[in-house]
Write a protein that binds this ligand. Structure first.
Ligand code: SDX
Length: 393
């Protein structure tokens, strides 16, 4: 091999870029967006406000936020021909597969986004369009899964209320905005909004580094997030909790399975590449779980199972030695379920939350004029061989 290659499979100790967007301290369990702690943002900000912060680097003034919200709301309609894709999807096809296809397809309906050397204004226009249209497309996926007609956006609503309206309004004239639901949805989306160079964000950056358009880059990020080791874990956690519940709720048995190297079962929603302490997001979501279930008068048996698993695992040497703690996905599904989302939609909701982070990271990579991502390898294949005619093989 020419030159010197350092091998770091899975990039466990490789810095791929310099970024000023999100700060993570895995040892202390600290997460900050543009210097603001997620605890303060989750408590005080709205999701669209945090999207502005991540993308433009500053908390918006009242005027900036009003204008940003208005600009985004002008692009919430999606080209009617996009509906044709749903005629092709099998009715039970996974929402993440639909979402990555539909977001990639948006490039076809926004050909100007394919232009090279877009100006700042042109990039901002594509960003507004994508933020707006992703929430509409996510609501379409849900409605189509029910066989219901889509509900068109009401731009009198703020971003999150509009999304909930498009998703859950049965009959438009009597939709009542439930502040409790809007507040917890804002909080959840904020907590998912960015997480430095995780698998899907690194995917968005590397696809964008080839000068691929924003829709293609985000579509690739959605595909990476789908995996159960990453965003797909929030669906896998609920499926795991349901399995344990149906198996009699014997948490000790399943903890033993998670520790058994011969058993492929993993405790989903536990462990993290960077956090070797509590995931700060999990702490906030766990508390929000109790609040929302109480406010909605829901008693979800799997929450007790989740809490029992956490309690047992945090005392078990296997988990303690490996510093395995609950991560963002461990409790989030319990809230999504309480809000009425089916399990298959959970990772799509993770993607909706992560969208501003992906956009911010893609924009930063462009502004920093980073080169195309192209890692090297250590070659372990065979040495030179001569071609042999098929009759001699
Ligand atoms: C997200 O990167 C991000 O920031 C991601 C994310 C974001 O916001 O973008 O935070 C979102 O993806 C959260 C993670 C969701 N995934 C899961 O909950 C799936 C279950 N967790 C794991 O598969 C695992 O912990 C990962 C994928 C999260 C991290 O994997 P690593 O860093 O590659 O660690 P590893 O697989 O090498 O595990 C180290 C050890 C191993 O044991 P030993 O070989 O040392 O004996 O810990 C064990 C693993 O077997 N282990 C687990 C475990 N997670 C790790 N054992 C049982 N159950 C688990 N969940």
């Amino acid at each position: 091999q020419s030159g010197y290659v350092t091998l770091d499979i899975g990039y466990k100790n490789t810095g791929a870029t310099k970024s000023a967007i999100t700060f993570l301290d895995g040892e202390k369990g600290i997460l900050k967006y543009r210097g603001y702690s997620i605890e303060q943002l989750a408590e005080n900000a709205s999701f669209i406000e945090v999207a502005y912060l991540l993308i433009y680097g500053e908390l918006p003034t009242e005027a900036q936020l009003t204008d940003f919200q208005y600009q985004v709301s002008r692009h919430t309609l999606v080209h009617e021909d996009m509906k044709k894709f749903f005629d092709g999807f099998p009715s039970k096809s996974h929402p993440m597969g639909q979402l990555s296809s539909l977001i990639g397809a948006l490039a076809a309906f926004n050909p100007e986004s394919l232009k090279q050397g877009l100006s700042t204004e042109e990039v901002n226009l594509e960003i507004m369009k994508l933020l707006a249209k992703m929430s509409t497309v996510v609501s379409w996926i849900y409605k189509k899964s029910l066989g219901h007609p889509v509900v068109y956006p009401q731009n009198k609503y703020d971003y999150v209320t509009n999304f909930l309206y498009m998703t859950f309004a049965e009959r438009t004239e009597d939709y009542k905005v439930d502040r409790v639901v809007v507040d917890v949805m804002n909080k959840l989306l904020i907590l998912h909004a960015d997480h430095e160079q995780n698998c899907s964000t690194s995917t968005v950056r590397i696809v964008g580094s080839s000068d691929a358009n924003l829709y293609a880059s985000i579509s690739a990020g959605i595909s990476a997030l789908w995996g159960p080791l990453h965003g797909g874990a929030n669906q896998a956690v609920i499926e795991m909790l349901e399995k344990i519940k149906n198996d009699g709720g014997d948490t000790d048995k399943w903890i033993a399975k998670a520790k058994d190297k011969n058993d492929p079962f993993r405790l989903m929603g536990f462990g993290h590449r960077v956090y070797k302490n509590f995931d700060p997001r999990a702490k906030i979501i766990k508390k929000a779980c109790d609040d929302i279930l109480e406010k909605l008068g829901i008693n979800d048996e799997v929450l007790e199972i989740a809490k029992k698993l956490e309690e047992v695992a945090l005392k078990d040497p296997y988990f303690v030695e490996r510093k395995l703690y609950p991560n963002v996905d461990f409790y989030s599904g319990i809230i999504y379920r309480a809000l009425g989302f089916p399990t298959e939609m959970f990772t799509v909701l993770f993607a909706l939350g992560r969208l501003p982070g992906w956009i911010a990271q893609w924009k930063e990579m462009k502004e920093n004029k980073e080169p195309i991502g192209r890692p090297r390898q250590i070659y372990t294949g065979t040495t030179d061989r001569e071609y042999r005619d098929i009759k001699d093989r």
